[in-house]
Design a protein around this ligand. Structure first.
Ligand code: 4AZ
Length: 256
């Protein structure tokens, strides 16, 4: 997150962090994610290159984690991945991560799923037809870079506010042109100082509607971070209600 501030996990209790264990047994932070029901985390499909899919045992997911390199048994919950479902339409042949969405079925060592606590809680999915106006203010969070070009990620969870751009503006040729499809939307700050960045992908963009927060976006891509005319690009979650409902076994989501 560029231009944001330190966050407490209690304010983003759906925030998941996904780690990948290499052959040496060393765990590396891979992506963010969001807890949408007790057993399911939604994230970005591009977090999983082909090799990852067949090696689910190398993945672990944490909820309620305060810092990437610290363990706090009181606040965090750890899971392995039972199932990884990458959207059938995920396509990076144009270099734009179309349909950048994936689901992880999580399971703890006790065979159970996430348990609600002060630091762990699900986020709501918006109804399928819910649109927000350009300029609406939303919140992003993640452990990604605080600046493009630095080598390290943030050790602590950070948050920032960004505003939604209209599709007309973001597909203009001085922005992203046709790279941005109807499965995506853009968000940024008018002064270009706030953005998601490398390492934030898969994580949430949440917006408030009627005093409730909903997961409208999944952090997906962008040309660099906080560059002029290059806002962050987010997966448009409302396009996937049916798919999410079908895969997670809550078909009522399709209706919202
Ligand atoms: C990334 O590589 C990434 N500025 C995430 C978000 C943005 C750019 C890159 C948006 O994970």
């Amino acid at each position: 997150i560029v231009g944001g501030k330190l966050a407490v996990v209690e304010s983003h209790p759906w925030m998941a962090s996904i780690f990948w264990r290499n052959r040496g047994g060393e765990s590396m932070f891979k992506c963010g994610g969001s807890l949408i029901s007790s057993c399911w985390v939604v994230t970005a499909a591009h977090c999983f290159p082909d090799s990852t899919k067949t090696k689910l045992h190398r993945l672990s997911v944490f909820l309620g984690k305060k810092a990437i390199n610290e363990t706090d048994y009181k606040s965090e919950q750890k899971f392995h991945v039972e199932e990884l479902i990458i959207h059938y339409g995920f396509d990076n042949s144009e270099g734009n991560f179309n349909n950048d969405i994936a689901l992880l079925k999580i399971m703890g060592n006790d065979g159970g799923c996430a348990e609600e606590s002060g630091t762990v809680r699900t986020v709501c999915l918006p109804p399928a037809n819910q649109m927000l106006p350009a300029g609406a203010s939303c919140e992003i969070s993640g452990y990604g870079k605080e600046q493009e070009g630095i080598w390290h990620h943030s050790q602590y969870l950070r948050e920032a506010r960004v505003s939604l751009l209209s599709q007309d503006v973001c597909t203009r040729s001085d922005y992203y042109g046709k790279m941005v499809t109807h499965n995506m939307f853009c968000a940024g700050s008018p002064d270009w100082k706030t953005d998601s960045c490398k390492g934030d992908s898969g994580g949430p963009l949440v917006c408030e509607v009627n005093n409730r927060l909903f997961l409208f976006g999944i952090i997906s891509w962008g040309e660099g971070c906080s560059q002029e005319f290059r806002p962050g690009v987010y997966t448009r979650v409302t396009n996937y209600n049916r798919w999410i409902g079908k895969k997670t076994g809550s078909p009522s989501l399709a209706a919202g």
